[in-house]
Design a protein around this ligand. Structure first.
Ligand code: 5AD
Length: 351
């Protein structure tokens, strides 16, 4: 009967909250295999055995926020803070471009140093030097006006995980000044401005319940993001959540498959977190319906300072070797890498 629910999802591209709960609470290995098979077939039919590569540049680990799960939270004192200069960021882009990348993801903590006055010229430079590249931002919560300015300066896409669509859970994960309402306001505004938007959540994070995961699936269905980032929670030893266990790989890949079936056209990365909990995690993700991986283009010297969780994959290798590793991993499962812009193409455009 869970397989009927999965088929229903495939037909209708939505489920009720109660149906999501049932599916996630009672799924069996056979259901997971069924979902995975279907999700993988849908992905190959749409994208081929091809994976989009996006280059991530972790440009600052300063953060004013204090998310209880995150290693770069403001109140972690055991961390050397860094900011990349504009020249360093452009050098990362240059190296990525040489390697064939046509999407750059500028990601960082919420660093008040990076005002619009500082970001707009940076984005203009990237836009000018690399007119054929997509620029994705992942800078957290900002004002509507700021999002508009950054969009006008050349940014195309924005990643902002909603983290959880359950307000009570959101409040357990964040101090009171980081509000659930503002997080959602940001996502809807980004969409209204015209960004391609990515939301997402962690799987298996402390206090998460089946009902809250059902909330996430309902929220994703409402928001209709173009991208979806989700991976397992992994504890970080210098955070309040250090004693909690990591999220489960099987549940994570099951949810990834459900996301693919829910939104066959969504851009769905096999995340670094998934590649951290299991050495072949990203391969498992691709076989469960992912079609994106995001190699790290950050300078080797700063990688150890950008640890959101312990044992992050790839911190000891430089950009070129990380790219080679991921390319090889994809080749092992008979996938080739596409480094084009890889813009979202909605269902209707493909018909
Ligand atoms: N484990 C897994 N993912 C994490 N993130 C932050 N901390 C952790 C952690 N301990 C995720 C959050 C955030 C994204 C950048 O990384 O979902 O939005």
């Amino acid at each position: 009967c869970n397989q009927q629910l999965i088929e229903r999802l495939n037909q209708q591209h939505k489920l009720s909250h109660a149906q999501w709960e049932q599916l996630i609470a009672t799924y069996q290995p056979a259901d997971a295999a069924y979902a995975q098979n279907l999700a993988h077939r849908l992905t190959v039919a749409r994208f081929g055995r091809k994976i989009f590569f996006r280059g991530i540049i972790e440009y600052t680990n300063y953060c004013k926020n204090d998310c209880r799960y995150c290693g770069i939270r403001h109140s972690n004192p055991h961390l050397k803070r860094y900011r990349l200069s504009e020249a360093q960021i452009l050098a990362c882009c240059a190296a990525g471009y040489e390697n064939g990348f046509r999407t750059f993801v500028i990601q960082g903590g919420e660093d008040p140093y990076f005002t619009d006055q500082r970001l707009v010229p940076l984005l203009r430079h990237i836009r000018q030097q690399y007119p054929d590249c997509a620029i994705t931002l992942s800078l957290g919560e900002r004002s509507y006006q700021s999002y508009q300015r950054l969009f006008a300066a050349g940014a195309d896409r924005y990643l902002l995980r909603h983290e959880t669509a359950c307000q009570a859970l959101y409040e357990k994960w964040h101090p009171a000044r980081q509000t659930f309402a503002n997080r959602r306001r940001c996502l809807w505004q980004l969409k209204a401005i015209g960004y391609q938007v990515g939301c997402g959540m962690m799987v298996g994070a402390p206090f998460q319940t089946v009902a809250s995961l059902a909330d996430d699936m309902v929220f994703i269905t409402k928001l209709q993001p173009q991208m979806l980032g989700l991976g397992p929670f992994i504890p970080h030893s210098q955070t309040p959540f250090r004693h909690f266990a990591a999220g489960n790989t099987q549940l994570t890949t099951f949810i990834l498959s459900l996301c693919r079936i829910l939104k066959p056209d969504v851009l769905l990365p096999a995340t670094t977190a998934l590649g951290t909990v299991e050495s072949n995690g990203r391969q498992q993700g691709v076989l469960a319906g992912c079609n994106v991986v995001m190699p790290n283009l950050s300078p080797l010297a700063v990688r150890k300072q950008y640890l959101l969780y312990d044992n992050k994959a790839g911190v000891n290798e430089n950009a070129a070797s990380g790219i080679q590793n991921l390319t090889d991993q994809m080749a092992q499962i008979h996938y080739t890498v596409l480094k084009g812009r890889g813009d979202f193409q909605p269902d209707s455009a493909l018909r």
